[in-house]
Design a protein around this ligand. Sequence first.
Ligand SMILES: [Zn+2]
Length: 366
Amino acid sequence: MLFLARLASLNALEQTRGRPWWRWWLGAGLPSADTLGRVYTQVELDELRGVLYRLYRAARRKKVLRSRKRGLWVLIVDGHESHASYRRRCSGCLERRITTSTGERIQYYHRQVTACLRVDWGTFLLDAEPMRAGEGEVAAALRLVTRLLRHVPRAFDVVVVDGLYAQAPFFQLVRRAGKHVVAVLKDPRRDLLQDAQGLFRVLTPQIRYRGRTRCQVWDQEGFTSWSEVSEPVRVVHSLETTRVKRQKDKTFEECQATWYWVTTLPVAAASSAAILELGHGRWAIENEGFNELVTHWHADHVFRHHARAIEAFQLTAFLAYNLFHIFVARNLKSAHKHLASCLHWARLMTADLYTGTWDAPGRLPP
Ligand SMILES: [Zn+2]
């Protein structure tokens, strides 16, 4: 309810303790903010993750989740920093030195790797794993993907990641499970990138369009210059030109962007256009997933600064986010859906929390 009503603190939730339906719903009154915070420092994270996985399995079985790309289930794995502080710290905090106007200071922060499925209505938040002190983001991602492969092995066919993850251990883990990877390729020191650039200079690109953007696309399989990965890989390069109207003098200018992706997906399974769509789709996790969680769900708020509580509140936010979006996408009749934004439905839920007087099962809202 805290997240569904988009409340920014446990104290705000505590102020709804007088609502009669808490007693009906919980069989007892709502605990105090202090108690809720304390309980969250002791929540079993495996059980909370189990609830997320069960929701995923039920939704998939009932076809509430449909893949965005026909027949191909796409998992996006990416890092996210939740908050930073110079003063407060816990056992799960990471540390970094920051140069400020008053000298060098130690900043404490939390960062986690998140796994989201791209589905037809947006992003299903599947799991997250915090980064531990002294390790890299990819180490946390390896734990996360290993756990997903154990608990929801059929959830995805391809993992789409940033350039940071174009590392042999990550590729090998995914490939051993019979899945594929699409990763941004951007490190100019790499033999693979240099090889691809050399070859693409003498090949003629295909021309594709993504909306108003003209893409010159080079696509080649069989690169063996990444020796740590035991199979040849495919590189797709897109030089993208978009005409943009300048607000100042209404003239047009051309903006260019260059992309390289390395993938294990064969051409037979995904065309050049599909790789472009998958690669650019990685931004969905930022736009649809985390921006929304942070802006509208207060998911970055530290409800209780404690390593386990931070993780548990975040997983709970994932659960609320998924349930809310499943409700909007599948429960609302399409005639209603187009009348109002997601925020409108969220505000109605908040209004119900504050004003709802339903105190018996027969009086549940429709
Ligand atoms: Zn901390």
